[in-house]
Design a protein. Structure first.
Length: 671
């Protein structure tokens, strides 16, 4: 991008800098969206801490305008993130007050269709390329567009955000700043008129911070409402913000133009030192480093109801001091202090020029107070009330296939989920086959063969359950972001994730069962093999469902510990350790809940039931030579294979529905 810098030096210490960047890039192919102004009044937020209640936000008010880049600042614990979460609709419980969208009562459902929330951590799928991630986002968010139109939009966004040369780069290979820009690019596909950012510069170096804020400034100049929390920006970054909203102890201590901050504080007797960062100074004041001025600032700004705008006189400020009320008119600023502010501003601009020349960064947008005349995107309607928007950019049926294809691509590229699991099934299959080699038709080794049948259940249960417990919670942060930003419905996502792993789990189970079944010399009959395989498959699917329930309900650490512990009753009442008749009558009901019991019983019936001929006996006496004797010993002589299959199918569907309900609860409780 071309630049023209003009530097006039009258003295060695007096200079003036003028920055005139070339025309900013515009996003002409994005879907048309109306402008959105956001206002809130008397916003209060209370949380319970034990039996007591703590007020985080104390009746704050404010107004956030389209075409402006707004920074929400304040010390740690001041309520910045809480205010942002409430404004986005991410947090709704415990909130009192009024929030307006274009001067009308905000419809939260409608508002969420028009907004995007980019969270502090870059919640991205690391095993997708930039181009693949953008294509998935485009299909989900603007599915009504043709393929060529979506491609034009993707190319334009990546070019504007400086990611065009990284289209084929895996997301895991991007730098921190590039990941942040990709997060913005993914949400920009649908051109939301209002965008929220939680600490967008967190974890970035100074160069990446400047590029990120420059990008947000460009987006705001396109007519969007850009709101972000930021902890303590440098003077260089602070100058790029149009609007500042500062909190201290849950109250608003300043709202208005960033250029008016220092003069406004000066009228209250708070002189920002020369060459001091105004952003740092207001934080220091809010923290009480210069005395307790919070009450004075809150009253001066009327807890956010006053808006200090450039070109307008300061409002009449009533400051209460004890029992006496004094009125201070703060619209006169000394000429000397104004000159000092101009000199300080020129110094910061000169530093920006030097940084730009040194780092070869894009020039910041020109500083102007009339954003309605800035380079706005075409067809954004001034102060229009947004029309009703569809809930999602695509039908749930199409969402399902898009997410399913993405999940299958994840599985193909995930070494742990795919290749290690395949290797484990084959390796353990040959190991078990060698250990129990040719015992299936030996009447003297029936007890060992029953141990083999039980170990099958154990292996299939743990491999299916633990891999889901480990992988599913890792999806939760991305799911939380994408679902909140209305990429897709939870039903479409859950159904796609549920189905995506079934083909792979089926292949792994078939490979394992085929190896062990024939190496251990089980009955070489097709119908018995299929019955054996069917019981094993259903056990692995049910165990996977248990992993989904545990993964949806708790984190990885708790899940890895609790899932094996929760499986102990299922193993004890499986019928292998204790026969059904030997179980105390008041505990027998647990056996009907044990899916391991149904799987073990199904494989035992497939092996020894259905009038199997007598086994071979290579010793003088074999007690279990007759398969009927084995079934009588296991108390399975009257068992029915189809009942076992139906029970496993029923447990499978019950657990899948339970996992969905837990997932829905987890999303709500996390917010």
């Amino acid at each position: 991008m071309g630049r023209n810098f003009l530097l006039n030096n009258n003295r060695s210490s007096d200079y003036k800098v003028q920055i005139t960047p070339t025309q900013q890039k515009t996003l002409t192919h994005l879907p048309q969206r109306p402008k959105v102004d956001l206002a809130f009044s008397n916003l209060k937020y209370t949380v319970k801490q034990g039996k007591a209640e703590k007020t985080i936000l104390k009746s704050v008010s404010g107004r956030l305008r389209s075409g402006e880049l707004t920074a929400i600042m304040g010390p740690s614990g001041a309520g910045k993130s809480t205010l942002l979460n409430i404004l986005t609709g991410y947090r709704t419980d415990g909130v009192q007050g009024q929030i307006l969208m274009n001067d009308s009562e905000r419809d939260l459902s409608q508002f969420r269709k028009l907004s995007a929330y980019i969270m502090q951590d870059n919640q991205l799928h690391l095993n997708l390329t930039v181009d693949e991630a953008m294509n998935v986002a485009a299909k989900l968010k603007i599915g009504e567009k043709s393929k060529s139109e979506r491609e034009d939009i993707i190319t334009e966004i990546l070019d504007t955000l400086g990611l065009l040369d990284h289209r084929k780069t895996m997301t895991s290979g991007l730098s921190g700043g590039q990941k942040k820009r990709l997060s913005i690019a993914l949400e920009l596909v649908s051109n939301p008129p209002i965008m929220f950012f939680d600490e967008p510069t967190s974890g970035l170096d100074s160069s990446s911070c400047f590029q990120c804020i420059s990008l947000l400034k460009t987006l705001a100049r396109g007519g969007r409402t850009i709101i972000c929390t930021i902890h303590q920006p440098s003077a260089r970054l602070f100058e790029m913000f149009d609007h500042l909203y500062t909190l201290a102890d849950g109250q608003c201590v300043y709202q208005g133009s960033t250029k008016q901050l220092v003069p406004f504080l000066a009228t209250l007797g708070l002189q920002c030192p020369s060459y001091h960062n105004p952003a740092s100074y207001i934080i220091e004041v809010a923290c009480g480093e210069y005395g307790d001025h919070t009450r004075k600032l809150v009253e001066a700004i009327d807890n956010g109801k006053n808006d200090i705008r450039e070109g307008k006189p300061f409002p009449e400020i009533k400051i209460t001091n004890g029992l006496n009320n004094s009125t201070v008119i703060t619209n006169d600023i000394s000429k000397g202090y104004a000159n000092h502010a101009t000199e300080n501003k020129n110094l910061m601009l000169q530093n920006a020029v030097n940084d730009i020349a040194k780092e070869n960064l894009p020039a910041p947008p020109p500083i102007t107070t009339n954003y309605e005349k800035a380079n706005a995107d075409t067809a954004l309607l001034e102060n229009a009330i947004p029309a009703r928007q569809p809930r999602y950019g695509n039908s749930e049926f199409q969402q399902f296939f898009i997410i399913l294809s993405r999940a299958l691509l994840f599985s193909r590229r995930d070494w742990t989920l795919m290749y290690l699991r395949l290797f484990a099934h084959i390796l353990v299959g040959f190991l078990i086959g060698a250990l129990y080699f040719k015992i299936g038709n030996d009447g003297a080794k029936v007890l060992s063969n029953l141990g083999f049948l039980f170990f099958n259940m154990l292996f299939l249960m743990y491999t299916s359950m633990t891999i889901t417990i480990l992988s599913f919670p890792l999806e939760m942060p991305v799911l939380l972001k994408e679902h909140f930003n209305r990429w897709y419905s939870l039903r479409s996502y859950y159904l796609a994730i549920t189905i995506s792993d079934i083909p792979f789990q089926t292949i792994f189970c078939v490979l394992y069962v085929t190896i062990v079944y024939f190496m251990t010399s089980q009955p070489p009959e097709l119908n018995r093999y299929l019955m054996f395989l069917g019981a094993c498959l259903l056990v692995s699917f049910v165990a996977q469902s248990v992993g989904l329930v545990v993964g949806a309900a708790m984190n990885v650490q708790n899940g890895v510990f609790l899932a094996p512990v929760m499986s102990v009753p299922f193993l004890l009442f499986s019928g292998f350790f204790v026969s059904f008749d030997a179980i105390p009558i008041y505990l027998r009901w647990i056996t009907y809940l044990s899916y391991i019991r149904y799987g073990f019983e199904g494989t035992a019936l497939a092996t020894y039931g259905f009038d199997r001929p007598k086994l071979q006996c290579f010793v003088s006496y074999c007690h279990f030579k007759s398969p009927t004797t084995t079934l009588e010993e296991l108390d399975m002589i009257h068992s029915n294979y189809m009942i076992d299959i139906v029970a496993l199918v029923a447990i499978f569907f019950i657990l899948r529905i339970a996992a969905y309900m837990f997932l829905k609860w987890k999303l709500k409780s996390t917010r």
